[in-house]
Design a protein around this ligand. Structure first.
Ligand SMILES: CC[C@H](C(=O)O)C(=O)SCCNC(=O)CCNC(=O)[C@H](O)C(C)(C)COP(=O)(O)OP(=O)(O)OC[C@H]1O[C@@H](n2cnc3c(N)ncnc32)[C@H](O)[C@@H]1OP(=O)(O)O
Ligand code: CO
Length: 134
């Protein structure tokens, strides 16, 4: 069911500083900030030869990552995103296996313009999983 690793997301306390560090210190290809109002985050994608890093910063008071940054003020790995061919089939199989699909269970359009879903970290060894249909 899951395919390629699409991205690893890092929640950061200072988006500009983190982007500059990846660009200048780590010499990576760093994209422009993207406000994702529907998800309550501003994201910056870093393109690597084999996957992407997604820097996350809270957008708005209801941002779902605000609590994470309060618990981890220096930042930290927030989620990993796997690609799937059919996100509804994946969702239904996961729910049938007892996994919690976050939100109302309906896919939403993510930062790449593709449908995404999230799975509760407590069901996957403490790791928040995002699925993206490609
Ligand atoms: C533009 C979209 C973009 C894309 O790639 O397309 C994105 O990736 S958007 C990313 C931001 N959106 C989300 O993360 C949506 C899904 N997340 C959620 O619904 C919440 O963050 C949730 C439910 C995972 C956590 O909610 P909250 O922060 O309110 O914390 P809780 O107290 O409810 O957490 C319960 C329990 O889980 C632990 N936790 C929280 N976040 C994480 C995490 N990222 N990784 C691992 N564990 C996490 C938290 O510490 C609690 O554990 P406990 O032992 O009970 O303290
Ligand atoms: Co993501």
């Amino acid at each position: 069911m899951i395919g390629r690793l699409n991205h690893v997301a890092i929640a950061v306390p200072d988006l500009e500083a983190a982007a500059a560090q990846y660009r200048d210190t780590l010499g990576a290809e760093v994209g422009a900030p993207q406000d994702e109002l529907d998800h309550g985050v501003t994201v910056v994608f870093i393109t690597l030869p084999n996957t992407k890093i997604e820097l996350l910063y809270p957008l708005g008071d209801a941002s779902p990552i605000r609590g994470f940054l309060e618990k981890n003020p220096a930042g930290g790995i927030h989620h990993i995103c796997y690609e799937v061919d059919d996100i509804l089939a994946a969702r239904d199989r996961l729910k049938a296996d007892g996994a919690r699909v976050l939100g109302d269970g309906e896919p939403r359009i993510g930062a790449h313009g593709k449908p995404v879903l999230f799975l509760h970290p407590k069901d996957f060894n403490g790791c928040l999983i995002e699925l993206e249909e490609v």
